[in-house]
Design a protein around this ligand. Structure first.
Ligand code: G3I
Length: 331
């Protein structure tokens, strides 16, 4: 059966976010990644607070190890992330002027992308720029960059990235744009406004990353999502699924039943994405229910474990994996 082939060999563009601890210490974890993935991304390691404990010091151990693992196993590593409001070290709070912000942001992109030039070929240059409840179409999420430089920090980041590594795929990554409801429609509209604006001004940008942290209790807006994706394609943007999982805090039923419901959400999501444009690649935010961010923020009230990912805690494939593989084979 083809599903048993390592993805790196069959070249299914399937990937997962990796954690450094199990990657180092657990053979079963490593085997699962090697078997199923042709690309990985660090769940952490390239974030500001991981790389820059102080202004002067850059700590590359974790991404270096992730890259070595990827290379040794015929996979690629994605870069996550250069400009984000989150995961910032405390010292960045003291950035107090536009000139200083520009120097820090540009310098960071030069250092980090420069170090991995030609080796990390796809970057989430800008992550989560749109607020959860945009007040208007031109609302941008607060961050030190937005505070000091305004919206122009986004174009500056992308232009800098293109200069540092002209071959790299430059991505804007976003969440919560796939669901039914006015709040999510407004987020899609604000996101589209930003993308159109960047394209109009010839800012280098190659792809949109849909994180895809799906919610078990919120249906996918299939029409709205397909229309959004089709519009991205019109602008010449590729579409990547970058952080897929299903937040199952409120999903009822026994584990086997929940797994099927979660897989059907993934089906709806990928089906709507594909209706708008071909799916380039799919990365999940973790590979096994054993290691996932979900219980950190969305622990179940019934004491049962969260099951957001394609493999269970014993690395057995769940229906979600079959759904993802189906869409990747059938692009
Ligand atoms: O490493 C320490 C550990 O030593 C300690 O025992 C533990 C106690 O809480 O904390 C551990 O660090 C946590 C780390 O995750 C472990 O993986 C951090 O506190 C926690 O803040 C960190 O959260 C990460 C979060 O981003 C913030 O950086 C999640 O792992 C990571 O999955 C999550 O990923 C984000 C993407 O970057 C962007 N999109 C949404 C996605 C999910 O929230």
């Amino acid at each position: 059966e083809a599903a048993a082939q390592p993805a790196a060999r069959t070249r299914l563009p399937l990937g997962a976010a990796v954690r450094d601890d199990p990657l180092e210490k657990e053979a079963d974890y490593r085997d699962a990644i090697i078997r199923h993935c042709s690309q990985i991304v660090g769940e952490g390691g390239l974030k500001w607070y991981d790389l820059r404990p102080s202004r002067e010091r850059f700590v590359y151990d974790r991404p270096d190890r992730q890259l070595a693992f990827a290379t040794a196993n015929g996979m690629t590593l994605r870069g996550h992330t250069l400009v984000w409001y989150g995961a910032m070290p405390d010292w960045t709070k003291s950035i107090s002027s536009a000139a200083e912000a520009e120097r820090e942001m540009v310098g960071h992109i030069e250092q980090v992308m420069g170090r991995y030039r030609g080796r990390i070929k796809s970057w989430d240059v800008v992550n989560e720029a749109i607020p959860d409840e945009p007040a208007s179409r031109s609302d941008i999420r607060p961050s030190i960059w937005q505070q000091r430089l305004g919206e122009s920090h986004i174009a500056l980041a992308l232009r800098t990235a293109a200069r540092v590594d002209p071959q790299a795929q430059l991505v804007i990554n976003e969440y919560d744009i796939e669901f039914v409801g006015p709040r999510f429609r407004r987020k899609r509209e604000a996101f589209l406004r930003l993308l159109r604006d960047l394209k109009l001004r010839n800012v280098p940008l190659h792809a949109v990353g849909l994180q895809g942290h799906l919610r078990a209790e919120i249906p996918i807006d299939k029409e709205g999502l397909s229309a959004f994706i089709a519009e991205c394609q019109t602008m010449g943007l590729q579409v990547l699924v970058t952080e897929l999982d299903v937040v199952d805090e409120k999903l009822p039923g026994p584990p086997e039943v929940r797994d099927i419901l979660a897989a059907s959400r993934v089906y709806d999501f990928l089906d709507a994405v594909r209706a708008g444009s071909p799916i380039d690649s799919i990365l999940t935010w973790g590979i096994t229910d054993r290691y996932t961010w979900v219980p950190l923020y969305f622990k179940r009230a019934d004491g049962l474990e969260n099951r957001p990912l394609p493999l269970d805690r014993d690395y057995r494939p769940k229906p979600m994996l079959r759904v993802i593989e189906h869409f990747l084979r059938d692009r």
